[in-house]
Every structure is written in structure tokens, then in C-alpha cells.
Design a protein around this ligand. Sequence first.
Ligand code: KG4
Ligand code: ZN
Length: 369
Amino acid sequence: MPDQAVSSSSDAVTLILGIESSCDETGVALVETSDRSAPRLLAHALHSQVAMHQAYGGVVPELASRDHIRRVLPLTDQVMREAGRNLADLDVVAYTRGPGLAGALLVGAGVACALGAALGKPVLGVHHLEGHLLSPFLSADPPQFPFVALLVSGGHTQLMRVDGVGQYQLLGETIDDAAGEAFDKSAKLMGLGYPGGPALAKLAEQGDDQAFKLPRPLMHSGDLDFSFAGLKTAVLTQSQRLRQISDAEFETRKADLAASTQAAIVDVLVKKSLAALESTGLKRLVVAGGVGANKSLREQLNAACSNPRRKGGAVRVHYPELHLCTDNGAMIALAAAMRLQSGRQRALPAVSFEVKPRWPLDAITADTV
Ligand code: KG4
Ligand code: ZN
């Protein structure tokens, strides 16, 4: 077999296809990179399975896998067409290796490796959270290392110290539910459907965020860990109390409850992010993952971080472009590009593959995946 390994050693342009299939979005994207220039997004396409899972109130893993199978090749054709490239032009095929739903991950990994094998091109497995974490590098205002990262997705809530590509130190994380899960579960209790985060945020705009006194778990714990399970229980109690009065009362007060819930989650995220900045002494914060799209979180973080009276001075906050906050293929192609550029990983011939449904981000710190 010819040596297909691609590293960052030449200045030639490298064209990378990224495939994301870890949960309920099929994302495909094309990124171009070279040693001399920052990675550039040429095209990306996304299919959300929200409508399909809605009837079940959450993601049905088997349905998710089958839908990824249906979508991934048409989406690949679409990005190739939009970028005016052919499959033969690809240098590397990148895919999400984990964490995520095993069956869903296997679809992306299988398709990426089959494409790689058929085209004689190497493949590269990417950590989904590393994709989120690096996604602001595709924005108009990219960050510089080092920074503190607040990773807030449906399955993870973590604060990391990031010194470079693959140099991730966990500062704190949730001990139970993730922030996105707190949004989703609270929204479900309020009858807002799945995924509840955006719906709850929208309803919260019409409510009074002081109306209900909800707990801010671990807010003053002195460490950088989070806990959101107690908040969900408090939302359940308040919902039941309102419904006991009457359905009309529940409907009338729902927006206040949504606003109060969002405020409790955002308060804790802001407080712990500031504490992480203080303890590391760093002056940059990167916010990534689906909850990073939340308007109130952005407003509160921007206000707190731009305050010159903050202990340690003002902090720059960086976000991914709004449409790249939630799962997408662009962040997977980008993370592959940055790993290649940093020399931390080589793309290898597609002879076999393995997915990692459970995979801590700081486990990839030391070397190649
Ligand atoms: O990063 P992501 O797309 O998927 C995972 O890797 O989990 O994050 C999805 C999560 C869901 O919990 C969703 O409700 C939440 O992000 N989310 C939001 C908003 N948009 C997405 N939560 C609050 N406000 C939003 N605007
Ligand atoms: Zn994600």
C-alpha cells in the first residue's frame, strides 16, 4: 500500500472533508488549510433530525443512526458541488470518533473510512468536543492561545485551560446534568418539546427572571464544578405547584418560570467562568457548544468580562459563529486541520476504525489519537 499519511510538513494546500454524526445532526463540511494560512471553510451542509425525534421527546439512537446513513452521502455531494470540488481533490477525510451515540458515530466513521479507502486518501478521527472548542477559530474574531474554554453542550459542561491544540487541562465539570440537559429537561417539564434549549430561551424573553427563586447549585462551592440536577427538581416542583392551581395559571406563569430557569443556569455559568479566569490569570474566554448560542449567556458574559473593575481586568470573549455553535461538520474538518497543522496528529490510511462513545477530552492531551 502506498504511504498515504498526511502530516503538516509541506506548504501545499490540504483539502479536508469533515463528517459529524455523533448525535442528532448530520454535518458535512469542506475546509482548506496550509502551513501559511488559517483554515478556511469552503462549504458546509447540515441535516437536523429534530423533526424526526420530536414525536418521541428525545433522541432515539437507532433512528438517529439510520437517518445519518440516509443523509451523509447526499450532504457530501452538496458540499462538493457548492465548493466546486470533486472527491478526488480531497487530501484527508475527517470524522467524529467520539464521544457520542455508538451507532451514530459508526455511520460517520464507516463512511469516512470507506471514502478514504475508495479514494486512496488517509482519514483522521476527531474528538467532538475538541471540534466545539476550536470552532471559534472559524469566526471573524478568532482567539489566540492560551485561553479558558467554557464548553456547554447537551452532554457536557466543562471549564478547560487551553494552551494550544491538544493541550487541554480540565479545571472543572458538571457532577450530574450538563447545562444543555438542564435547559432540555426543564423545557420538557414545561411542555416545550425537544430540544428544549432554544424554545425555553425564546419563551424566557417574555418572562420575569426574578419571578421564581430557583437554586444555583454549587454557585459558592469554591471550586469550578457544576451541578444542575437540583435545578431540574426545583423546576419540576414549581411546575407541579402551578398546575395544581390550574392549567391556566401554569400557562400564564410559564414564561416567568422559563426566564427564572435560564437566569439560574446562566448565573452559575458566568460565575464559574469568571472564577476560572481568576484562578488561571488568563485574559481570554472561549465559549463553545450548543448552549453557547444562548443570547442571555452571551449578554451576561460580555457584560461581566468587559467590566474593567473585574478582579484581573477585562477579558476578551470569543464565540463560534452562531450557526456553528451547535453540532456541525465544519468544526470537525477544522479540528482535523488544526491537529495536522500543529503536528499533533497524522492522517492515516483507512485500514480499520474504532469509535469512542465515551472519551474524556483531556485524555487526548498528550499525543495523537
Ligand atoms: O453542542 P450541541 O449541539 O450538541 C451536543 O454536543 O450536545 O448542544 C446541544 C444543546 C442542547 O441541549 C440544546 O438545547 C442546547 O444545546 N441549546 C441551547 C440553545 N441552542 C442550543 N440552550 C440554550 N439556549 C439556546 N439558544
Ligand atoms: Zn456537540
